[in-house]
Design a protein around this ligand. Structure first.
Ligand code: AN0
Ligand code: CP
Length: 318
């Protein structure tokens, strides 16, 4: 593995989940793999879970870990080539990336969509430059269009809790005061489409995801109907993707908030969200605090998804 961005990079999903469950039972068994190896985690955006879980996973594997918050203490970075750098940016990404690469064996990058250019975001312009110029393997810790470590943790969580072989999993849009990226729903849809689950997407008109991620998953615009008989309800807000509405908020309808009535339509379904979550916008206090809420074990599985991915990188190095 030279990079980890999507479900295509992890190979057989059944094997990946089996490996995750084995790593979870015995998370310090591979400590030798990371000896004298260094992980560099680069954050262009905030994080709680990704930062802690990925560092923990690397430490489980015996690695040294360095974390750089690009916006706190580093030089302000220019990302456009050809710019006359007479403004407030002191360094270009094209020097910064190979310098960073020279101090580590593996790089994780968090860099959200900027919503300045759909083309730049959907070509993963920042992450691709790390892949091209760092000289080291690179993984997404949520980049412009994907959050694969989250989707892998979500899959592990569903596998641990499913009560039928082929559960019904519903990805539902929910309201939020700010425009959020499509990375989490994109990856969730991509990974769910790679399983044999009964996977349904529901959102208001105008929130259609990019077809490369949504695939052939049915889209049901009536949220109540979509939730009928669901075993897992995966809530998330995202901004519009389609056409000129890219990055815009089109709907603030609070009737899409996941509350007890919505959950009563499901098959005693579990509630999932990647966190951080705004209570009583996305989900009510009552639902997130209910015994059917998986948000904490789901977050805890981020350590496991990261450990499997980093372990695979290390195995290729040794
Ligand atoms: C981010 C998002 O929606 O992509 C990170 C989620 C893991 N959330 C916020 O910015 C609040
Ligand atoms: N779910 C997730 O990636 O959380 P953070 O943004 O806190 O890392």
């Amino acid at each position: 593995m030279k990079k980890f961005l999507g479900v295509q990079d992890i190979g057989n999903l059944h094997d990946a989940v089996a490996e995750a469950l084995e790593v979870k039972r015995n998370r310090f068994a591979y400590k030798h793999l990371g000896q004298d190896k260094t992980l560099l985690m680069i954050f262009f955006n905030n994080s709680l879970r990704t930062r802690l879980s990925t560092q923990k996973a690397a430490m489980n594997l015996g690695m040294n870990v360095m974390v750089l918050d690009v916006n706190q203490g580093a030089w302000k970075l220019e990302t456009e080539r050809g710019v006359v750098m007479d403004g407030d940016k002191s360094e270009h990404l094209l020097e910064a990336i190979p310098v960073m690469g020279s101090f580590c064996d593996l790089i994780g990058v968090r860099s959200f969509a900027r919503y300045e250019s759909k083309e730049d975001d959907y070509s993963e312009k920042i992450l691709q430059q790390f892949i091209r110029y760092s000289g080291k393997p690179v993984f997404s810790m949520e980049s412009a269009t994907v959050h694969p470590l989250q989707a892998f943790a979500d899959l592990i969580t569903i596998e641990e809790h499913k009560r039928t072989q082929r559960p019904k999993v519903v990805l539902t849009w929910a309201p939020h005061p700010k425009a959020l990226p499509q990375a989490v729903p994109n990856s969730f849809a991509q990974w769910m489409n790679a399983t044999d689950y009964d996977f349904v997407i529901t959102h208001p008109h105008g929130y259609e995801l990019a077809s490369e991620f949504a695939g052939n998953a049915p889209v049901e615009y009536n949220q109540d109907k979509a939730l009928e008989g669901a075993d897992f309800v995966y809530a998330k807000n995202w901004a519009a993707y389609s056409g000129d509405n890219y990055g815009k908020i089109l709907c603030q309808d609070r009737s899409w908030t996941i509350d007890d009535r919505k959950m009563s339509l499901t098959n005693d379904g579990y509630f999932m969200h990647c966190l951080p979550v705004r209570r009583n916008m996305i989900v009510t206090d009552s639902v997130i605090e209910s015994p059917n809420s998986l948000v904490i074990p789901e977050a805890a599985n981020r350590e496991i998804s990261a450990e499997v991915v980093i372990k695979r990188f290390l195995e290729e190095m040794s």
